[in-house]
Write a protein that binds this ligand. Structure first.
Ligand SMILES: *Cc1c(COP(=O)(O)O)cnc(C)c1O
Length: 378
C-alpha cells in the first residue's frame, strides 16, 4: 500500500504559519510590562513606524482589523450618507462594510476577466459627482491597474484607497510596492493573510491630514495630547499591544514568507505552462512578476468540477473564490443579477482559487501540479 501523504499545511495549524519563539517572546514582553492597551505602550507605535518605513510612506495607523483600516480610510475620505464609493464585487466583505457603516452607497464596477481586478473602463463609467473614493483591491496579490485608477481619481477629485489585505509586499509592473500609489493603503493581519496576529490592520498614507483624521477615528475622535476633547465622531479601533507585538515579529518574517510563496507558486505555474495533451489545462496568471500569491488563481472551464476533482485528491480549491459577488449578498439588497457579468462569470464558472501557503515545499507543490495534471487529462 502506498504511504499516506500528510495533508497540505494550512493557515490553521503551526506548520502553515510562521509563529515561533520570536512571537512567544514578544507576547511575554508585553504581558510582563502589564501595559496591554496601545494608548499607553510602544508596541503599536513601533509597528506603525516600521510598516510605514517598509512601504516608504510617511505614516501608518494601526487598528483592530483590515476592515477597521478600511473604515479609517473611508471615514477620512469624508464618506457620509448619499456619498458613493466605487469598488469591485470580487473581494472580502470588509472592503464594502465600512462604506455601509458610514451610510454611503457602494457602486460596483466590473472586473477584468484575466485576473478579477477592477476594469478601469468600468470604474470610469461608474464615477459620478457623488463619488468620494475608489477602493482598488489587489486580488490574490496581483496588481490592480492603479496607474489608470490614479488618473481617474485625480480627474474626478476622488480618493484612491488601495485594499492590500491580500497583497503584502506585492509589486506592480513598474516594480512599485502595492500600497504606494493610493492616497491610503490598507493591510490586514487576520489569520488567513500572509502574516497574522489573529486580527489586526494598518492604514498607510503620506498625507498628514488623512493620517490625523484616521488616528482620531481610530480612538474615539480623541487627540490625547490635548485633554479629553472629542474632535470628531470616532470608534474604538485601537490595536491591542499583544497584537502589535506579535505583528511586529511577523513583519520581520514577511520577506521570507513572500520568497517562499513566490518560489512555490512559480514552480507550480511553470509546471502548468508545460501541460500539454487533449484535456483542458488550467491557465495560471500571465503576469507573475511581483505577484504576492495570497492564493494562486487559475482559469478553468468549469470551476465546480475542478474543485470537486481536486478535493478528491486532497487539494483544497475554492471555485470562484466567493460563492457570489458581494452585491448578491442579503446585506446589500437591490442589486440585479447580471450587474457585473465578468465578475459573475469568474465566480460561477472560470475562476479556481488555490489557497497558497509559505509552508508548501517542492513536494507539496509537485503534488498540487500532479493533481491538476490528472484532472486536466480528464
Ligand atoms: C481579509 C480582507 C479584508 C478584511 O480584513 P479583516 O482583517 O478580515 O477585517 C478586506 N479586504 C480584503 C481584500 C481581504 O482579503
Amino acid at each position: 500500500m502506498a504511504q499516506r501523504e500528510l495533508p497540505l499545511p494550512t493557515v490553521l495549524e503551526p506548520r502553515g504559519r510562521t509563529l515561533g519563539p520570536e512571537e512567544r517572546e514578544a507576547v511575554l514582553r508585553v504581558l510582563d510590562s502589564a501595559v496591554l492597551c496601545s494608548s499607553f505602550g510602544q508596541e503599536a507605535r513601533t509597528l506603525e513606524r516600521r510598516t510605514a518605513e517598509l512601504y516608504g510612506r510617511a505614516d501608518a495607523v494601526a487598528c483592530s482589523s483590515g476592515t477597521a483600516a478600511l473604515h479609517l480610510a473611508v471615514a477620512a475620505a469624508g464618506v457620509g450618507p448619499g456619498d458613493e464609493v466605487v469598488t469591485t464585487p470580487v473581494s472580502d466583505f470588509g472592503t464594502v462594510a465600512p462604506v455601509l457603516a458610514q451610510g454611503g452607497r457602494v457602486v460596483f464596477a466590473d472586473v477584468r476577466p484575466e485576473d478579477g481586478n477592477l476594469d478601469p473602463e468600468a470604474v470610469a463609467a461608474a464615477i459620478t459627482p457623488r463619488t468620494k473614493a475608489v477602493i482598488a483591491v489587489h486580488l490574490f496579490g496581483a496588481a490592480a491597474d492603479v496607474t489608470r485608477l490614479r488618473e481617474l481619481c485625480d480627474r474626478h477629485g476622488a480618493l484612491l484607497i488601495e485594499d492590500c489585505a491580500q497583497a503584502w509586499l506585492g509589486e506592480d509592473e513598474k516594480g512599485r510596492l502595492l500600497g504606494t500609489v493610493g492616497d491610503i493603503a490598507c493591510l490586514s493581519l487576520q489569520q488567513y493573510k500572509h502574516i497574522t496576529a489573529g486580527d489586526g490592520g494598518l492604514a498607510l498614507t503620506d498625507d498628514p491630514a488623512l493620517a490625523r483624521a484616521m488616528r482620531l477615528f481610530m480612538d474615539k475622535g480623541w487627540d490625547r495630547s490635548e485633554g479629553r476633547i472629542h474632535r470628531v465622531p470616532g470608534l474604538n479601533y485601537r490595536m491591542p499591544e499583544l497584537t502589535a507585538a506579535v505583528a511586529g515579529a511577523q513583519l520581520t518574517k514577511l520577506p521570507g514568507v513572500l520568497a517562499a510563496r513566490r518560489a512555490s507558486a512559480g514552480r507550480l505555474c511553470a509546471a502548468l505552462d508545460g501541460l500539454t495533451g487533449p484535456g483542458r489545462r488550467p491557465v495560471p496568471p500571465r503576469r507573475r512578476a511581483g505577484h504576492a500569491w495570497w492564493m494562486v488563481p487559475l482559469l478553468v472551464d468549469d470551476n465546480a468540477r475542478w474543485a470537486r476533482a481536486l478535493a478528491e485528491r486532497g487539494i483544497p480549491a475554492l471555485p470562484g473564490y466567493l460563492e457570489r459577488p458581494l452585491y448578491a449578498n442579503p446585506a446589500l439588497p437591490g442589486h440585479p443579477r447580471g450587474l457585473c457579468p465578468e465578475a459573475e462569470r469568474l465566480i460561477d464558472h472560470t475562476l479556481l482559487a488555490l489557497p497558497w501557503n509559505e509552508g508548501y515545499d517542492e513536494a507539496d507543490t509537485d503534488r498540487v501540479a500532479a493533481a491538476l495534471r490528472e484532472v486536466a487529462a480528464g
